[in-house]
Ligand binder design. Sequence first.
Ligand code: SF4
Ligand code: SF4
Length: 386
Amino acid sequence: MYMSGAFIPIVRHTDATLEAARAMGICNSCRYCEGFCAVFPAMERRLEFTAESMHFLANLCHNCGACYHACQYAPPHEFAIEVPKAMAAVRKETYAKFATPGWLGRLYQQQGVALVAGSIIGFVVIFLLAFILAGKDAEKLFLAASTEQLFYDITPHNVLVGLFGPIFLFSIGAMAMSGYRYWRLLNGLANEEAYPLAEARQTLSDIVQLRYLDGGGQGCAQDNDQPTQQRRIAHQMVFLGFMLCFASTSVATFYHYGLGLSAPYAMTSLPKLLGITGGLLMVIGCVAALVQRRRRHEALTDPTQTTMDVGFVTLLLVVAASGLLSMALRSTAAMPLLHLVHLSTVLTFFLLMPYCKFVHGLYRGLALWWHNREQKNPSRLQLSDG
Ligand code: SF4
Ligand code: SF4
């Protein structure tokens, strides 16, 4: 039933989807883990595990690890069932398959570190060129700042708008297209589409609460079979911190264009308070996430994604830490460099949002939405996988 079109990629089985489908075939007979998360109920609604349905099930998985530690068929059993790892491998393929443009998604997966490093250096060079071309006094780059006004001497407002505007719009457009293509794949899993906004509220609640990151209520397994809520808390801190920083930028933009109030703003102003709180949450959440990543049992993760996962969290950490430090050290000679690093890492993050680990939230959200619609509308969403 799944139709490919001009913008819709053709999805065929690969080694990763075949391995995940093999695991689902055994899980569908066993069903011991059906209360752990959304993957198993969605699996039970299927008669056959096509490549398309594996890209759906894999993005429902939150990699909590509960099904690995509960599984009597995990290695050394001859069935060698490792659902978390198998699902992680398929998700990696989803990110590349539905990326827009596709070549950038593939390039990020092959040369992610080089792309991030090159992008940061490139933006620093652009800012320095803009500074020189504007005829600014080069000494300002190396002297301690006397006021926050130096922020805007180093990176003039029009240069910031000229870079951030197009890059942000590009990323939003690329993610919207990727999301549309993935949604079309999900729609291909059914004969009839339900009401467009059906179950949107339930899905939003599931996403905000990270409902399925708790292994059925116990939490996430890390290096052993004792689950904890640490991973969920770290994830929530990063997410909340990111949203507060985004709110800070949005309020500052409204101050500038809506109220005619130009930066710099006082430390007690709303943009600063939102930004500082968000930055602190992101730093704590990212450090906790990196520590937990090191402690995770190797059977729960796909080793080919370690660089991508760690690189993404490290980039977020540098974004948040450089923002906080450039504010805290704004009267020192370190400020210009910190300020340039902060802006360049933020721009790099925006540019690579559609291709880095950030995009998992988009596909997971859409998969959860489809799962909730299937659950609530079983008669309208006639499954066509078989
Ligand atoms: S992961 Fe193992 S225990 Fe859980 S449903 Fe699958 S086969 Fe059964
Ligand atoms: S790792 Fe957790 S979320 Fe993923 S399939 Fe297993 S129980 Fe479900």
